[in-house]
Ligand binder design. Structure first.
Ligand code: SAH
Length: 287
């Protein structure tokens, strides 16, 4: 090989090497990102997302429209809930009479809220009733979906503002069609909602037989004096003045409290006006 040819070969090899190195470099370099790569990975594929979002995986993931609908119905529920806590029973009755379909909206939201509670107060009441004679006649004041009547053997009068089931008596529970002294147990499970809640207790007193039971389950915050709630002793005192004795109370649950009263045989002791404490509304936060 002549000197010139060797020089040419050297240059060519150098160029080839450079080309090889640069093409190698291109292969090693990360690929240019596409729009798809920049988007977060699909929730159904990414286990982190699957953990974080309960709807992320599977066919139950709601569409955007469904999410909006859920948000709207959640807002609607909170509005109806506030309404029930801030008006009288009579007003609530006429409100739902005009638009009974709102009752379903309210109860869908109520069930959603309840599903977050580790324990439902109605189940404690069911246990209490099941441990006693099934011959006891029960009145479920503010029965909601009437699950109590469906679960126990006892005769149950289910009462609520709207009747979604033929067995439910639709009325304002301050004035029920039940006969006086006809009931052994009056149940108020999260239903002392109206500003005139004391009229519901007076009605329960009327329909209860002497020595009958008055069971009240209420949201705990309504009986927390440190947070604007009523003093439970003041409440018990008012119920005692109505004609009951306090048999026991249960404040062990984080979400609700329970009072077990018994109707005195002799009825009310005093005839002076009872000083009922105000029960603050239980308003649910937007999530
Ligand atoms: N006791 C049921 C439902 C509780 S929600 C349960 O524990 O699951 C409270 C219920 O009380 C609602 O259904 C509401 O409509 C009813 N309520 C509130 N005020 C009422 C009134 N004045 N008369 C009849 N029902 C009433």
């Amino acid at each position: 090989m002549t000197k010139g040819a060797a020089k040419m070969n050297g240059k060519e090899n150098y160029r080839r090497g450079k080309r090889r190195r640069s093409s190698q470099k291109q292969e090693d370099a990360p690929k240019e990102k596409t729009v798809k790569d920049l988007l977060p990975s699909s929730p159904s594929k990414n286990p982190k997302w699957r953990k974080k979002c309960k709807y992320a995986a599977g066919p139950n993931r709601p569409s955007l429209l469904e999410k909006l609908r859920l948000r709207l119905s959640g807002g609607h529920f909170r509005m109806l809930n506030e309404k029930l806590y801030t008006c009288s029973g009579n007003e609530a009755f006429h409100f739902f009479k005009k638009e009974p379909e709102l009752f379903d909206v309210y109860h869908a939201g109520y069930q959603e809220q309840m599903s977050r509670w580790p324990e439902q107060p109605i189940n404690i009441i069911i246990k209490w009733l099941k441990s006693r004679s099934s011959s006891m006649v029960v009145a479920d004041f503010g029965c909601g979906n009437a699950s109590l009547a469906r679960t126990i053997e006892n005769k149950v009068f289910s009462i609520d503002l709207v009747s979604t089931d033929p067995s439910v008596i639709a009325c304002d529970m301050s004035h029920t069609p039940l006969e006086s002294k006809s009931v052994d147990v009056a149940v108020f499970c999260l239903s002392l909602m109206g500003i005139n809640y004391h009229s519901y207790l007076k009605e329960a007193n009327r329909v209860l037989k002497p020595c009958g039971w008055l069971l009240i389950a209420e949201v705990r915050s309504r009986f927390d004096p440190n947070n604007g709630g009523a003093d439970p002793d003041k409440f018990s005192e008012a119920v005692k003045q109505l004609g009951f004795t306090l048999s026991s109370k249960d404040f062990t649950n984080k979400m609700f409290v329970l009072f077990y009263f018994k109707k005195r045989e002799g009825g009310a002791s005093m005839h002076k006006a009872i000083d009922w404490p105000e029960l603050k509304p239980c308003l649910y936060k937007r999530r």
